[in-house]
Design a protein around this ligand. Structure first.
Ligand code: PMP
Length: 424
């Protein structure tokens, strides 16, 4: 595992934090699903480039040209990372939420969007806008049920443009979804598919060509790059036919005053159409650097190492009878390094606070921006009407209204999970 861990060396791996006991310990970051720490290598790449950056596309100066080249090279790196098809586009966005909102804005009028209610709010909510209709599908309890439910929903709605939105790996349970099978069903019915790969792309090789999805979205900050940049990639036709996501410079090819005093705009085609304003070149460069680092480390090796950690965690938690691991598809389901649980007799917020204060472990508690899913997993009762992670009001002994999530990557040392298990 050491050789796998080296390319995944992250910033902050020696940060010490104070405990209530007065001792200090090295922080155990076990909240990668929210944001992974940046790779040292990404940071080094960005630092090496920083003195040279300039505004892209517009400047005549040397550094502007260099930056334009690096921005466009970053786009090509992402194309390769995602194994895109000929003609697919990479649009740089702020993150997954931004990517999916962008896509919602380019769907032809009258599109019906299908999504399981188990989605993260970023893939559940952007479709609720004028001109679109959304069909939410009930939480399936197996892959086969998911495939059958989509088949039935699309058969019942055979007309017009349709889009199915699905997550690759759940941000709550870490469980994998049968993306290729679902895509096959959607395409058989003439519907298109967007994959929310926010939690999948950091852990598994994702080939758009092999999965067949029409679009894919992911966030740099979950893929070991710092905050600020994400990606929407895929079919160009609807992207090129729609109004730009943001109106402004860069998205417009020509703007001219007409004789009647109005202004006529000809918009760009290609990624620039949806990247108005001065683009986040450093962010795109960092995403590309992270893509290269993961590719070079090799997803087979990364997955093998991550599976050791998942096994260690699951075996440890199975020893503790008060722990209930949350699962939609059953205990045998394949998952990435993301796992949520509740502890009998414990308020999840207090539990997570104790992990931090007494052991220097950073996890997350709450409903993880997936309220319908967490409610289903906890037994369906009304959870606290909070945003993504407000504390629950329950007392020890009452049923949990929220959960605790632990998440990590292939570079996470065994020691962090050992400490976590001891603490639990
Ligand atoms: N989808 C999933 C599955 C996620 O886990 C997240 C982040 N928690 C998002 C979308 C939204 O990503 P971002 O906050 O980077 O926009």
């Amino acid at each position: 595992s050491a050789s796998v861990c080296a390319p995944l060396a992250v910033l902050g791996s020696d940060v010490e934090v104070p405990l209530v006991s007065g001792e200090k310990v090295v922080y155990a970051a076990l909240d990668y699903a929210a944001s992974a720490p940046a790779l040292q290598r990404v940071w080094d790449d960005v630092a090496a480039y920083a003195p040279y950056y300039g505004s892209v596309h517009r400047g005549a100066g040397y550094l502007s040209q260099l930056s334009t080249d690096l921005f466009e090279q970053s786009r090509r790196t992402v194309e390769e990372f995602l194994d895109l098809r000929e003609g697919d586009q990479v649009v740089f966005t702020r993150a997954t939420t931004d990517s999916l909102n962008l896509l919602a804005g380019v769907l032809p009028a009258g599109t019906r969007v299908f999504a399981f209610e188990t989605e993260h709010h970023a893939s559940l909510l952007p479709w609720r806008r004028e001109g679109l209709t959304v069909s939410y599908l009930r939480a399936p309890r197996s892959h086969a049920e998911a495939v059958a439910a989509l088949d039935e929903a699309l058969a019942a709605n055979p007309e017009g443009p349709r889009l199915f939105c699905v997550t690759g790996a759940s941000n709550v349970t870490g469980e994998l979804w049968p993306v290729a099978e679902l895509t096959e069903v959607a395409h058989r019915h003439g519907a298109r598919v967007v994959l929310d790969a926010a939690q999948l792309a950091p852990h598994h090789r994702v080939s758009v060509r092999e999965l067949g999805v029409d679009w894919i979205a992911f966030s740099g900050h979950k893929l070991y790059a710092p905050f600020g940049a994400g990606v929407l990639a895929g079919r160009a036709d609807w992207l090129d036919a729609a109004e730009p996501y943001l109106a402004g410079g860069g998205a417009s090819r020509t703007v001219a005053r007409e004789v009647d005093g109005s202004v006529a705009v000809e918009w760009q085609r290609g990624p620039a159409r949806h990247e108005a304003g001065s683009p986040n070149v450093i962010g795109a460069y960092a995403v590309a650097s992270a893509c290269r680092a993961l590719t070079e480390a090799g997803f087979d090796a990364l997955q093998a190492r991550e599976q050791q950690l998942i096994d260690l965690l699951q075996a440890g938690l199975a020893q503790i009878p008060e722990v209930r691991v949350l699962s939609l598809f059953g205990t045998e389901a394949a998952r990435v390094g993301v796992l949520s649980f509740v502890v009998q007799g414990w308020n999840s917020s207090h539990f997570s606070a104790a992990l931090s204060a007494e052991y220097g472990i950073g996890v997350r508690d709450g409903l993880f921006c997936a309220h319908p899913l967490v409610r289903t997993l906890l037994g369906g009762e009304e959870a606290a009407p909070s945003e993504c992670g407000a504390p629950e009001p329950s007392l020890p002994g009452e049923r949990s209204l929220n959960a605790i999530r632990v998440s990590f990557g292939a570079g996470t040392p065994d020691e962090h999970l050992d400490r976590f298990l001891t603490a639990v």
